[in-house]
Design a protein around this ligand. Structure first.
Ligand code: TYD
Length: 192
């Protein structure tokens, strides 16, 4: 099973992935977690480019869309391993939600693996800005409000669950487990 976590910056994806992964392992599943951008050379270049003051211009966005798609190729073989549950922190769906040019992004990611389950951690934009440093070019309120709206639209195209990420860590974690349980033959009512 390929489970993808998406959500605006500060939504708590990495914490929740760790908690879900641990719970699945405790229930006897083999789990592999992935993060996009990856730690490949392409991923490192992406992180550098995201820091540029002109990161949101169409030119840089087009380059970033290509780099994100190339970076994704580095992990494609891992996604084919059906013996494990793969949990990914972001995917091509981030490119659709964040980059300026959705048509171009769709073409570039035509062959990207679609999630079996998309977990969208839905967080208020003001909370996102408060939780993140605010220094990153990608972390201003108007921009994040647009990304959040994109996410809610895009999610409808995939098997998905929207999780209220404004709650405390443990409540969010139990909502996620309840959402995932039926897909793996686990009992959602047994989760506290
Ligand atoms: P991430 O590592 O999740 O953020 P953080 O540095 O807060 O941990 O991702 C870095 C940024 O890259 C994030 O703002 C979202 C953006 N991004 C895209 O714009 N397109 C993409 O395809 C992906 C995977 C990330």
């Amino acid at each position: 099973m390929y489970i993808v976590f998406e959500g605006i910056d500060g939504a708590g994806k990495s914490t929740q992935i760790q908690m879900l992964g641990q719970w699945l392992e405790d229930n006897g599943f083999e789990v592999e977690t992935l993060v996009e951008p990856t730690d490949s050379q392409v991923g490192k270049l992406i992180r550098k480019m995201l820091q540029r003051p002109d990161a949101k211009t169409d030119e840089i966005q087009n380059i970033l869309a290509l780099l994100f798609a190339a970076d994704r190729l580095c992990i494609m073989d891992k996604l084919e391993d059906e013996s494990k549950i793969i949990i990914s922190d972001r995917s091509f769906i981030s490119s659709l939600a964040y980059q300026n040019n959705p048509e171009w992004v769709e073409v570039l990611n035509k062959h990207a693996k679609k999630p079996d389950l998309l977990l969208l951690l839905d967080l208020d934009v003001k909370t996102s800005v408060a939780r993140t440093s605010g220094e990153d070019t990608f972390e201003n309120e108007e921009f994040l409000a647009n990304v959040k709206e994109n996410y809610l639209k895009i999610a409808k195209d995939y098997e998905h669950k929207i999780i209220d990420a404004n709650n405390g860590v443990n409540k969010v974690s139990s909502d996620i487990k309840k959402a995932v349980a039926p897909y793996l033959g686990l009992c959602p009512d047994c989760i506290l």
